[in-house]
Design a protein around this ligand. Structure first.
Ligand SMILES: Nc1ncnc2c1ncn2[C@@H]1O[C@H](COP(=O)(O)OP(=O)(O)OP(=O)(O)O)[C@@H](O)[C@H]1O
Ligand SMILES: O=c1ccn([C@@H]2O[C@H](COP(=O)(O)O)[C@@H](O)[C@H]2O)c(=O)[nH]1
Length: 241
């Protein structure tokens, strides 16, 4: 897709998409309508010259902790969770390419013949060329989540902002899905998130961002136009910095 310069605050971002939100109106797995809408919105960013790295979660398919509760070995469950993120990445690449957005998938777990193995220099080259790069299979290690891999890859490829697109519209004083009168924050410091143990994002990821001064914006994936508004400098959700 041709790149045009436009009014944008960020040149390179790392967008973390909720796996669970991919289910949309389906009972399980991936709703193709969600993929198509994401392709449209990501295409708008590419269209104004924003370089986009993506990480997609696996919560619509498998999470290691949930599998452990059902009796599986935790490390096996985490491997299944990481493989789930590769499946989501393949589905997302398909939707992006159908919209003529050049996309590469890299995996932290070698998977010859399916996707390329993660290589930081190749990823930076692809991003500089305007290709979307999807970083899949998390960090490649058990006991982490894709929040951590998103922050890790974002820092590695010199993104200016990590964007967490999720089911809620920002960070609240408590989980807004469970506590009706939870209060939303517009802005938080890393230490406030850690001290208050706000669970919208895993705390390992917050520590990593704090240590490397990587700002994180949490916003609602369902809200149309939110992504474009953010890269143009608009206020959506909660900024952690
Ligand atoms: N203080 C809080 N503020 C906002 N959301 C919170 C808070 N505490 C817990 N949450 C919950 O965290 C959830 C988002 O985190 P989580 O990483 O589990 O899901 P996700 O981003 O949708 O990723 P995936 O589905 O890929 O695992 C929100 O849906 C929300 O219900
Ligand atoms: O670095 C990582 C990243 C993820 N996992 C496992 O994958 C699932 C799915 O990721 P979510 O972030 O929960 O969507 C996660 O629950 C872990 O089981 C991992 O082991 N290492």
């Amino acid at each position: 897709m041709a790149q045009a310069s436009g009014d944008k605050k960020y040149k390179r971002i790392l967008l973390k998409l909720s796996g669970e939100a991919l289910t949309g109106s389906e009972k399980f797995g991936i709703d193709p309508k969600i993929l198509d809408r994401l392709a449209l919105e990501i295409g708008q960013l590419v269209g104004i010259g924003v370089q986009v790295g993506l990480v997609v979660g696996g919560g619509n398919l498998f999470r290691g902790a949930a599998l452990q509760s059902a009796g599986l070995d935790r490390v096996t469950g985490d491997h299944m969770g990481m493989l789930a993120t590769v499946m989501n990445a393949l589905a997302l690449r398909d939707a992006l390419e159908r919209s003529n957005i050049a996309t590469q998938v890299m995996s932290s777990i070698p998977m010859s013949g399916v996707v390329d193995h993660y290589d930081r220099r190749k990823a930076i080259r692809a991003l500089s060329n305007g290709d979307v790069v999807i970083f899949s299979a998390g960090t490649g290690n058990p006991f982490f989540t894709t929040d951590s891999s998103a922050c890790l890859r974002g820092i590695e490829v010199d993104a200016e902002l990590v964007l967490k697109a999720t089911k809620v519209d920002g960070v609240y004083s408590a989980d807004p899905m469970k506590v009706a009168d939870a209060v939303k924050y517009d802005r938080l410091s890393y230490d406030e998130v850690l001290d208050k143990k706000l669970e919208v994002m895993d705390l390992t990821a917050i520590c990593l961002c704090r240590d490397h001064r990587m700002p994180v914006r949490v916003f609602m994936m369902e809200k149309q136009g939110a992504l474009l508004n953010i890269v143009r400098g608009g206020q959506e959700g909660t900024l952690i910095e």
